[in-house]
Design a binder for this molecule. Structure first.
Ligand SMILES: Cc1cc2nc3c(=O)[nH]c(=O)nc-3n(C[C@H](O)[C@H](O)[C@H](O)COP(=O)(O)OP(=O)(O)OC[C@H]3O[C@@H](n4cnc5c(N)ncnc54)[C@H](O)[C@@H]3O)c2cc1C
Length: 635
């Protein structure tokens, strides 16, 4: 055993597990230091992965060679493709997972990764080359990380650290009048790291999030509730052929609040830490507690809630939509008034948690901190919320920490390449004013950033980085080629009106008056390759002869149906790329540019964008300021 590593990852949550796995697989000698190794990638809140925009992120993580998609497939208990009634850009995979299995599978993966070592302990202090206690401005040059110290008194040396301490930094939990230190229910808080970073000049802030009660299935009247089943033909997250869609799916159930439930909840408002000033941290607006919902939508008579199973071998159910930090007995009384839950036993009440985060404008796009060379931040510590957002940052921080040690350029995904690119660019250029979660509306190029094409967008990069194996890449190449073949076939093949008239009528489409290319027919609503195969033997033969699978067929069809939109977005993205290519020197003094507004000078000096594209997205930098920068640096 050695005490010196290339990279130390602090925290075995969703960010830390991806970071450690990526860094070690790329060849860095990596230590994953975490407070409890039986809780790797523990799902602190709901037992689900994916959803709108988040599902796209998971598929991107998978295409780059990360693990979240594979582990979700291995541990799923239900799979649904959300938004199938909308356009392909909105289709979003989501899976309910067996929470314990998810964590076990991660632990198994990490324990069997070469170059990766685990140490169960808490980091309490970061160590720097240069005086550890001196703010950087006084020290005069950029500090460099050299190691960490732990609660057990061990000092580890390293050349890079990825900090992924989640909701644990100075964590404080609240449930009504009860307040307790902790990183989440059942886990201790993490002390020392915030102070050690504040001392050298890092800014910190406070955020909060909350979680609902967990219920005992034996005391729920499922027979009276409306079940919500998974997809009849479930799909999966990983593009790898090594995982299979979920079998034996478990249902979720719908339940509803009522005016009676609301009255009980309201009776506890004066003891709510959210409303009586106890909680100061900023919470997620889009993921409100039930008490927030009652305040915001005061006239609404009922709210829909989802009962989600936490696993196959447990009776624990998660009550999605009922996040609360009201006193436990108020939660309990209110739950008993919900139809189907009249006799419910609680495993634990809902609670809120406040924790420290670091405003992410203190980071470069590589996720390395501007203040300390070799120190990277990923996950909830950057002001985000959600397992998927955390895992994506962890993966990129792990990759970039490894690359920096090898003297290689960081991997920075662009906004038209990946939701992960949008996420990191938003964080480091705009900062956060509430826990940041991904939405499709945050992306300018939604039609380009679909879940179905994440592999086409990113697998070549994952292969180049070194996280996608040759075998997996060969599988990907076959799909890519098959999509191209099928699109080309559709372009070339003419179809006679007589061959297809009955079929077109049957799907509610105008019959042809003369022969048309297959491609044009496929652009119509309700016309699919799958149904056309039945009436066009030559199409059937072509698909069989080239062994084109369902995934490639779906991809080819989306490319044909959305061609116009895809090309338009590509055109706009290329135009904006020109701004991304105009670089601003690292040491440029924005205050010397009198023609910029004062606000722009302040914001630009603080964030120091590397390109005019990045500068243009900083709130407070106006189009007129961008023009000034273009005159200075543009061609
Ligand atoms: C009560 C609660 C409610 C939540 N509600 C939601 C929600 O509604 N929606 C949502 O999207 N997300 C929610 N989350 C957030 C979700 O859990 C996180 O977004 C996600 O887990 C973040 O992943 P992470 O890897 O950044 O950190 P975490 O998953 O928090 O993992 C942090 C890891 O770091 C370890 N660690 C911490 N400090 C140290 C140290 N000093 N030394 C060694 N190890 C350390 C911990 O043991 C843990 O393994 C909630 C979390 C909590 C606790």
């Amino acid at each position: 055993m050695t005490l010196d590593y290339d990279i130390i990852v602090i925290g075995g949550g969703h960010a830390g597990c991806e970071a450690a796995s990526a860094a070690a697989r790329l060849g860095s000698r990596t230590l994953l230091l975490t407070m409890d190794m039986t809780k790797m990638a523990s799902m602190s809140c709901n037992p689900a992965v994916g959803g709108v925009a988040k599902g796209q992120i998971v598929r991107e993580i998978d295409a780059l060679g990360g693990q979240m998609g594979r582990i979700t497939d291995l541990t799923a208990v239900q799979f649904r493709m959300l938004n199938m009634s909308k356009g392909a850009a909105m289709w979003s995979p989501r899976a309910q997972c067996d929470k314990t299995r998810f964590s076990e599978e991660w632990r198994h993966t990490l324990e069997n990764t070469p170059n990766l070592y685990i140490w169960q302990d808490a980091a309490t202090e970061l160590l720097f080359e240069g005086p550890d206690q001196t703010p950087q401005e006084e020290f005069g040059k950029r500090l460099r990380i050299r190691g960490i110290r732990t609660r057990m008194g061990v000092e580890f040396g390293c050349r890079a650290v990825v900090l992924t301490a989640g909701t644990f930094l100075e964590g404080m939990m609240h449930c009504g009048d009860a307040h307790a230190e902790g990183g989440r229910a059942g886990d201790a808080a993490s002390h020392g790291i915030t102070a050690s970073l504040q001392k050298i000049g890092f800014e910190t802030g406070r955020m909060k999030t909350g979680t609902p009660a967990r219920l005992d299935a034996r005391t729920i009247h499922f027979e009276q509730l409306e079940p919500q089943y998974g997809d009849e033909k479930p799909s999966k997250f990983s593009f790898s052929p090594e995982t299979e869609p979920v079998q034996d799916q478990m249902p979720c159930y719908l339940v509803y609040t009522s005016p009676e439930v609301h009255a009980i909840l309201r009776s506890g408002f004066d003891r709510s830490p959210l409303f009586n000033g106890t909680i100061h941290g900023i919470g997620p607006r889009y993921c409100p507690s039930i008490e927030d919902k009652l305040r915001t939508f005061a006239d609404k008579e009922q709210h829909q809630l989802f009962l989600e199973p936490e696993g196959r071998t447990t009776n624990e159910y998660y009550l999605n939509g009922f996040s609360s930090s009201l006193p436990w007995e108020i939660q309990w009384q209110a739950l008993h008034k919900i139809h189907g839950l009249e006799e419910v036993h609680l495993y634990r009440p809902g609670y809120a948690i406040e924790y420290d985060y670091f405003p992410p404008t203190q980071l470069y796009h590589s996720l390395e901190t501007k203040l300390v060379a070799g120190l990277y931040f990923a996950g909830q510590v950057n002001g985000t919320t959600g397992y998927e957002e955390a895992a994506a940052q962890g993966l990129m921080a792990g990759i970039n920490a490894h690359r920096a040690l090898k003297g290689e350029e960081p991997i920075v995904l662009q906004r038209d390449e990946a939701y992960i690119g949008v996420l990191i660019d938003d964080l480091v250029t705009k900062g956060v004013d509430e826990p940041y979660r991904m939405f499709t509306s945050r992306a300018e190029y939604r039609i380009l950033l679909r879940q179905d094409n994440a592999d086409l967008r990113l697998t070549p990069l994952g292969h180049k980085i070194g996280l996608i194996s040759e075998k997996r890449y060969a599988h990907f190449e076959k799909k890519r080629l098959n999509v191209e073949l099928l699109v080309a076939f559709a372009r070339e093949q003419s179809v006679k009106a007589s061959e297809i008239s009955d079929y077109l009528k049957s799907v509610g489409s105008e019959p042809l008056t003369q022969g048309r290319k297959l491609y044009d027919i496929l652009m119509r609503n309700n016309v699919t390759f799958e149904s056309l195969k039945k009436v066009l033997p030559k199409l059937h033969r072509f698909i069989d002869a080239h062994e084109i699978d369902a995934e490639a067929i779906e991809e080819a069809e989306i490319q044909i149906k959305y061609k116009g939109y895809i090309e338009r977005e590509k055109f706009i993205a290329e135009k904006l790329h020109r701004l991304e290519n105009i670089r601003i020197p690292d040491d440029f003094d924005f205050f010397s540019m009198q023609s910029l507004t004062i606000e722009a000078r302040q914001k630009l000096s603080r964030i120091h964008p590397k390109t005019i594209g990045q500068a243009s997205r900083i709130p407070g930098v106006s189009p007129a300021d961008v023009n000034v920068l273009l005159v200075k640096f543009g061609r």
